[in-house]
Design a protein around this ligand. Structure first.
Ligand SMILES: [Ca+2]
Length: 285
């Protein structure tokens, strides 16, 4: 499956309909809803812009716990925050709370899981004020894809006498997630599924995630036989990063051609990667 441009899809794949998640609680699978049941109540959204990149996520992690900073010691103290996903960083910030009686002694580095270091603060013998309570916004990570793992904050006190401790720090990432995982789609209801004209049906699309993949997945579909299926809705859509499936509702028009029709469901993640699964319908009179 290749990614086609929006205009190409609009012009050629007229049967692609954005699936809207307007049904909240339906869980039955491959179930007949009854003849003539409120097909006009099922909204269809012809907006086909679902394949655009989702907004970036803001992810916040915090280290809590008092750790003494060894005085006049270049090793310093290292505290860690584990980020369980490989992420592409758009920007990040680090807020620190360090209690100290002469903050000019303090040097702070942030080290990413793949060893990239940003110096957040350097020593300053002329800065005799107390404490480092500040937010830093290093730019060295911006645009980089960083593997899952520990982000380390190294705090050093590089002059004698005055001492202090780190109390907490917060790492806030503006990032696009899930780059180290992948996904496939499967049908969890009947497949092939026998259907009759003039009825509403349900099936479900399951997302099978690998690695630490957490992207939301938007669903669309195509069908290989014109007029075979209509009023398609998926709930939820997009499938959120924490979700595993979407219930798909559809109607078989009274004018649908009998015989076999193949409905290809297309899942697209926030980076445009697409995976498909085919539901085969056997349309009866
Ligand atoms: Ca000191």
């Amino acid at each position: 499956m290749t990614i086609v441009s929006k205009s190409f899809r609009r012009g050629v794949f007229a049967l692609i309909v954005t699936l809207l998640g307007i049904f909240g609680t339906q869980t039955a699978m491959a179930q007949e809803l009854g003849q003539g049941e409120s097909q006009e109540s099922i909204a269809i959204d012809q907006n086909q812009d679902n394949l655009t990149v989702q907004p970036n996520e803001i992810l916040t992690y915090q280290y809590l716990g008092t750790r003494f900073i060894p005085d006049n010691n270049p090793t310093g103290v290292t505290t860690s925050i584990n980020v369980p996903n490989r992420l592409t960083i758009n920007s990040l910030s680090v807020a620190v709370t360090i209690f100290h009686t002469y903050r000019g002694d303090i040097q702070i580095d942030l080290v990413s899981p793949n060893g990239i270091t940003a110096r957040l603060k350097d020593t300053n013998p002329n800065d005799s004020a107390d404490n480092v309570i500040a937010t830093f916004t290093p730019t060295v990570f911006n645009g980089l894809t960083i593997p899952a793992g520990n982000w380390n904050l190294i705090v050093r006190d590089l002059s004698p006498n005055d001492t202090g401790s780190i109390r907490d720090w917060t790492l806030t990432l503006n990032a696009t997630g899930g780059a180290n995982g992948d996904f496939t789609l499967s049908i969890t209801g009947a497949n092939p599924q026998s259907v009759r004209r003039g009825y509403n049906y349900i099936n479900s699309i399951k997302v099978n995630r690998t690695g630490s993949f957490i992207d939301p997945i938007s669903l669309t579909y195509t069908v290989d036989k014109a007029g075979a299926i209509s009023n398609v809705n998926a709930s939820p859509n997009p499938i959120p990063g924490t979700g595993s499936k979407s219930d798909v509702f559809f109607y078989i028009p009274v004018t649908a051609p009998t015989g076999t029709a193949r409905v290809t469901f297309i899942g697209t993640d926030t980076r445009g990667r697409q995976r498909t699964v085919v539901l085969t319908l056997s349309i009866l009179q």
